[in-house]
Write a protein that binds this ligand. Sequence first.
Ligand SMILES: [Zn+2]
Length: 441
Amino acid sequence: MFFVLLFPLFAHADPVAVRNLRVWQAPDHTRLVFDLSGPLEHRLSTLKDPNRIVIDMDNARLSGALPTPETGGPILAGVRGAERSDAGLRIVLDLKAEARPRSFVLKPYGDYGHRLVIDLMDAGAAAEDETRPEPATVRRETQALAVRDLVVAIDAGHGGEDPGAIGRTHRTREKDVVLAIARELAKLVSAAPGMKAVLIRDGDYYIGLRERIKKAHRHQADVFISIHADAVPGVNRNARGASVYALSERGATSEAARVLADKENAADLIGGAGANDKDDLLLKVLVDMTQTATISDSLDLGTDLLGSLRTVGPLHQDTVAQAGFMVLKSPHIPSVLIETAYISNPDEEKKLRDKAYQRQVAEGIFNGLQRATPRLQARRGAATPSQASGPREHVVKPGETLAVIAKQYDTHVEALRFINGLGAKDPPAGRRLRIPPKAGG
Ligand SMILES: [Zn+2]
């Protein structure tokens, strides 16, 4: 009886309607997102002469003409669709250059339904996770570690598929205003002697939360600042002011902080992040090993930031709150998340749209960073192999392999690769490596 009831659902299910297409351009890939009426089976094939990618979808149809996609990027030249005789749908992506495709599906979340994501990885560009030569500033200095520029990773929250919170009056998107603030902050940092900025996101595309952490490690960041604008749902228009958050090892400092962390952590479900179980596991192990010291440094940094942000506008809370924010789980990098203001408050929404206010917020963050800089420098400068806790550094000797170095410091090759942003190859002699602290250190 059970079978009789279920069978028709599978055998004669309505075809999945492909309803819409959005294209997002990231530095190393082009992302296409198809809106679907339900879950879908699909296959990808890559064809040459001319370069194109074929997406075969089972039991699917177009619900209308797809919008003409943005083709200003380096890869995508056009999109065509045709229904096949077997009730399937074939979509052909015409390419300007060779690309490595990857795809995944996103389940419904919030305002979003089922989606199919196709990433066209730029085959010409060097893979972001490969070992790169050290920047000249690092290679030049041979003795004092403190000589190296302080690398500030600036993370504009959300992006691409994930707009973040939306303002009530002007439909202002969090992803846009936080990118504007991030760029202002990067300008200030780059102009400061002894400091270097790395923008984790520099355009309207989504980067997975774990990938943001990895990117910060690849650039050997000394500090990580994630920039957001908060919103409260419902009728409350009055919540206002800035807050600063750090990771907590267990539990959140308040129910509101826990709810906020859940909301921010859902970004991957909206923006779309390919799963990488290996990285997840490694990150968990590294975080468990090293987090206590890093959280304590993050709290100090957050206190400095609150001290300077209070000169820009009201604070929503005047101490650093803590919760389980995924994007703050860097094993070694003091990391904070700043909710700059409430985009759900009409007055603050108006201010967030204002270029001058965006610059003031960036200055507030920058001033706090400057207060924290001596400590952040000392944190790195004090890192010597004799210390059991805190980060240590090792300069690779000629012929030395990662396996040998891992053994010397009683750690794992994969851990060294992750926190130093290394690819599959052994690092060259002279390369400075971060060494994870000893377990329990
Ligand atoms: Zn946010």
